[in-house]
Design a protein around this ligand. Sequence first.
Ligand code: ZN
Length: 87
Amino acid sequence: MIKVNNRKEQTNYLKNLKCECGGNFLELEKFHNYIDGGHSDLYKLFCDECNTRKELVFDIDSYFTKEFLETFNKFYKKKYDPRHKFI
Ligand SMILES: [Zn+2]
């Protein structure tokens, strides 16, 4: 499990990941998991050169809840903004 502190770190990790053959890994599938109170992302990747499959798990608990709440609050504020109440 790879621990990351924010989404950018996670994206960069995937971007810089190289296959043994020198190819790049591309995303095949992505799953979000919530196990034992911890959030994680499972990526199923494949190499764009030799088609090698790889699975990676990111521990995203440090930022997921924070990011989720920020998104939720943004949405909530927009929806219930008092200025729009009577429109
Ligand atoms: Zn490869």
